[in-house]
Design a protein around this ligand. Structure first.
Ligand code: ATP
Ligand code: MG
Ligand code: ZN
Length: 511
């Protein structure tokens, strides 16, 4: 009375095949799972028997032991319900054993035997394909993502009964048609809708072109949120490999729904009350990716930066440095990719109107100072571009809209990125923002005129070492947008205009 079936567990973003064995022996009716089942797998224990019984199948009224191997790996994710159920059915000869060979099974069961949408199916399918399996049996709702893996047979089923019917050969199981071509995701917003704000629009173009992080400071209603939302629309299109990674992460977080490939750059805007686990990952009964990983290859927008918890802001340092986040918990530690462009927004003072030409700031000076200190916290040295966003005048708001559309800005961004890729091809860096200071100085190619402007800035603008490197990187990006080999004095001057100094009394003057 023995059966064996393949399932998949998740380790960070990767799937790992798990051999599920079931033995039915003498003893009081019970189900024991051995082999380091995590909390989410133990959870399934109470679902599996009712699911089997309500599917018109029999649960063996004896002692059932299920073992998961490799034994040294903690098994996480609810997707092991289905392989455990099938394995018990193999052991009790209700399903022919040989039919399950060469297949991996993934899916969470409901008490009534339905297969509910299950997180991480794409990662599981990739793992199954890499370990040489012929196909996967998955919930129908997740069939589209599994079908992204080339050369893998995908059997989408709605219930445990359908999975069993398929294995018995009397199949009504629906094989998904070849996956529909991914619809070009429409982000629903476009730079064409932004009136005026030439300085901010340009700053975001530079940010997109060089991969720079951005801080926007301005009064309420200035359009900071509006501008930030549109940054994702001018980043270069995702490569297929990047899109697969994004899709995997969203699938593990349970956010994919029944769609296939995610082809648009993610834009994530967590509320400032977010917990550390929500931001960095690790929430829920298994290790889930956080907002920093859901923003992978896209934009993480922190609106009202000063309102975020201090530990959340501190926690962003690692992903900003490394492009990945390591989550450690009692259950072990996992790693998720987290390479995003950070956009932060804040008001210039507690009341919001400091520096506004048409409305008086009502804050006491020491409160403005305390507020600024909060703003110039640990994150700031990772933000290359900082600018003041003024409110539009009534005339500007009522005037003609139709700024340049995102698509045409993106063409310039694409070309600038291509230049950077060619220049840094051998180094492993892909854009200017990623360069360490010394390398940036060496590779920048600053003209004599540009050097002059920089030298003067060190005196007149009290440019620090860090500010110096930052200006060089941004100037290099501006030259790349310009198609210029050398960084000119104009490029440097523009870069210096994105260095709003938060310690200054009035942000407008500095911006
Ligand atoms: N440049 C602009 N062009 C068109 N509409 C704008 C512009 N700026 C602001 N608006 C309008 O004003 C609304 C408020 O802008 P938004 O929410 O982006 O401001 P904000 O700077 O984020 O303000 P807050 O500090 O209160 O968060 C927008 O939804 C938009 O309708
Ligand atoms: Mg806002
Ligand atoms: Zn104020």
């Amino acid at each position: 009375m023995y059966g064996t079936v393949i399932g998949v567990t998740l380790l960070g973003v990767h799937g790992r095949p798990v051999v599920v064995e079931a033995h039915i022996g003498r003893g009081l009716p019970s189900l024991t799972i051995t082999g380091l089942p995590g909390a989410s797998v133990q959870d399934g224990r109470d679902r599996i028997r009712p699911a089997v019984e309500s599917s018109g199948l029999e649960w063996p009224l004896r002692r059932v032991v299920v073992n998961l191997s490799p034994g040294n790996l903690r098994k996480e994710g609810p997707g092991l319900d289905l392989p455990i159920a099938i394995c018990v059915l193999c052991a009790s000869a209700q399903v022919p054993r040989d039919r399950a060979a060469g297949l991996a099974f993934v899916g969470e069961l409901s008490l009534r035997g339905a297969l509910v949408p299950t997180p991480g199916v794409l990662s599981a399918a990739i793992a199954a394909s890499r370990s040489g399996l012929r196909g996967v049996v998955v919930p129908e709702a997740n069939a589209a993502e599994a079908a992204l893996v080339e050369g893998l047979e995908v059997i989408g089923v709605r219930t445990l009964a359908e999975a069993v019917a398929y294995l018995r050969g009397s199949s009504t199981a629906r094989l998904p048609a070849s996956p529909p071509p991914p619809p070009r995701e429409d982000p629903g917003v476009d730079f064409a809708e932004v009136r005026g704000q030439a300085h901010a629009r340009r700053a975001l173009e530079v940010a997109a072109a060089g991969g720079h992080n951005v801080l926007m400071v301005g009064s309420p209603g200035a359009g900071k949120t509006m501008l930030a939302r549109r940054l994702a629309t001018i980043l270069p299109a995702l490569s297929r490999e990047e899109a697969l990674e994004v899709t995997q992460l969203h699938s593990i977080a349970g956010l994919l729904g029944s769609s296939g490939l995610r082809s648009a750059r993610p834009f994530r805007a967590p509320h400032h009350s977010i917990s550390l686990a929500g931001l960095l990952g690790g929430g829920g009964s298994y290790l889930r990716p956080g907002e920093v990983s859901l923003a992978h290859h896209g934009v993480l927008f922190l609106d009202e930066l000063t309102e975020f918890h201090r530990d959340a802001i501190e926690g962003l340092r690692q992903p900003l440095e490394d492009g990945r986040v390591v989550i450690t918990r009692a259950a072990g530690s996992v790693e998720f990719p987290a390479r995003f462009t950070l956009v932060a927004a804040a008001n210039p003072c507690p009341c919001g109107y400091e520096g506004d030409p048409r409305r008086q700031c009502r804050c006491l000076p020491h409160r403005v100072q305390a507020y600024r200190q909060k703003l110039s916290g640990p994150l700031l040295d990772r933000i290359d571009i900082r600018l003041f966003v003024p409110r539009l005048s009534k005339a500007e708001l009522l005037g003609e809209a139709a700024g340049e559309p995102s698509a045409s800005i993106r063409e310039r961004v694409d070309q600038a990125r291509e230049r950077q890729r060619r220049r840094y091809g051998h180094t492993g860096f892909s854009c200017n923002a990623q360069l360490p200071g010394p390398l940036a100085r060496r590779e920048a190619g600053i003209s004599a005129g540009g050097q002059d402007v920089l030298a003067r800035a060190v005196d007149t603008l009290a440019l620090t070492g860090r500010g110096f490197d930052r200006a060089i990187k941004v100037a290099r990006t501006i030259a790349d947008l310009d198609g210029a080999h050398e960084v000119s004095s104009e490029h440097v001057a523009e870069a210096l205009s994105y260095r709003m100094d938060l310690s200054e009394e009035s942000l407008v003057r500095a911006g």
